[in-house]
Ligand binder design. Structure first.
Ligand SMILES: [Zn+2]
Length: 422
């Protein structure tokens, strides 16, 4: 069959090392031109190709294996840049610094999203407080109507999406998304897809899915073409959509699985508590040998549930964004630094992150947060390093538990201990 031939995974990009005996969890390695990623792995968000509050030299100290940057936010910079990241010559070796790595200031595997999520969010997002996870349940039809109304902010055609950015008319579709992502030069890139709102109807999702599938084909086509021209490899993940609808999710899984993508992304939106249900609809239809990335998910409990279902990668702003606001993660839960203003104990007992090892206490961190601008920046840097290290270290422990067939025990033990602190 033609599709099967197409569908063969390419040259050892992803290798599964071990499967858990009791769950769907799996241990693997992704080999990219800029290094290996042991999976399951957290993907740290570096929106504009920098991790907010960190110096380039801090990144490696946080056990970070891979970062994801946003195509939407780097758009202008990338297209205006004189850096020829992928086009130059076929003899240029793959370790040449890409646009992303120059900005990051350190070498490690990178990813970019397609820019679709941000663009489509302009059509719903903020005003109605629709996040990636919907809290309102069941669907409120009045809200749904207002969402459709809001889509007037953007116009979606078969080619892509028209919208306003900085007062200027802009357009983003699969071809341009792939061009920008090529310019950015990430090791792993994503196909352009339509993100719907959790409040969208079945009919709307059905139409959006047809566009997503068309764009998946086109993204692949553009990628293959540019790869031939430049001789440079980028691994492309297709994205399964379908909103909260089982039949659409299954249809999308089968379709995306039939195409020669290097990996599969699973896009939102889910209602609250619907994440596991959605993954269970999708996973059985995906090729086992390809890596799976759950987009925009990364709360502690969600991490365990996703890994348990066979997810290999996920990205989320939680470790970094919350650190900047003074929320510190520990094995006993997270706490707000303002509650520990007079307590000179470590951020986390026995934590081996560079900040705790340097003896920064909760009290010290609180004082820095409340200090001058410069001190606050320092505090945010400390908190960010600790939190990223915490999440990456947790994933390291998860990998160890899968290796030892103890994932379930580890999950239960960890979640029992992890509770919000007073
Ligand atoms: Zn620490």
């Amino acid at each position: 069959m033609k599709q099967n031939k197409q569908n063969r995974s390419r040259g050892g990009f992803f290798k599964i090392i071990k499967k858990d005996k009791h769950t769907q969890a799996r241990l693997g390695v992704l080999s990219t031109p800029h290094g290996k990623i042991e999976t399951p792995s957290y993907v740290i968000v570096a929106t504009r190709a920098e991790i907010k509050c960190l110096k380039p030299s801090d990144i490696k100290k946080t056990k970070t294996q891979v970062v994801i940057a946003n195509t939407y936010h780097l758009w202008n910079e990338a297209l205006n840049s004189k850096l020829e990241t992928l086009n130059k010559s076929k003899t240029q070796n793959s370790k040449t610094k890409t646009f992303l790595l120059k900005k990051l200031g350190t070498k490690l595997p990178t990813m970019t999203d397609s820019g679709g999520f941000q663009v489509f969010s302009l059509g719903f997002g903020k005003e109605n407080k629709i996040g990636k996870i919907l809290n309102a349940h069941p669907v409120d039809n009045r809200l749904a109507k207002s969402i459709i109304h809001r889509r007037k902010n953007i116009r979606i055609s078969q080619r892509g999406v028209h919208f306003l950015l900085d007062g200027k008319k802009r357009f983003l579709g699969p071809k341009l998304s792939m061009q920008i992502q090529k310019k950015l030069g990430a090791d792993i890139v994503f196909a352009f897809d339509e993100c719907t709102s959790p409040l969208d109807s079945f009919d709307y999702n059905k139409k959006a899915l047809e566009r997503t599938h068309k764009w998946a084909q086109e993204s692949l086509k553009y990628k293959v073409k540019s790869e031939k021209l430049s001789g440079k490899r980028q691994f492309l993940f297709g994205i399964v959509q379908g909103g909260r609808y089982k039949s659409l999710r299954i249809k999308s899984s089968k379709y995306i699985a039939s195409l020669p993508f290097d990996g599969i992304g699973i896009g939102g939106s889910f209602g609250k508590d619907e994440m596991v249900k959605t993954i269970k609809w999708v996973i059985p239809h995906l090729p086992k040998e390809k890596p799976r990335h759950l987009l925009g998910i990364g709360k502690i409990e969600d991490i365990f549930n996703a890994v348990e279902q066979g997810i290999d990668l996920f990205d989320c702003v939680i470790p970094t964004r919350e650190a900047r606001h003074g929320r510190i993660y520990t094995k006993n839960g997270h706490f707000d630094i303002s509650k520990f203003r007079n307590i000179s104990i470590p951020l986390e007992k026995e934590c081996k992150c560079p900040v705790c090892k340097a003896g920064i206490t909760r009290r010290k961190l609180y004082e820095l947060f409340k200090g001058s601008d410069k001190e606050k920046q320092k505090a945010q840097r400390h908190a960010t390093i600790h939190n990223i290290w915490f999440f990456n270290n947790l994933l390291e422990e998860i990998r160890k538990s899968i290796k030892n067939n103890k994932f379930e025990q580890f999950k239960n033990k960890f979640l029992k201990q992890f509770r919000p602190q007073p």
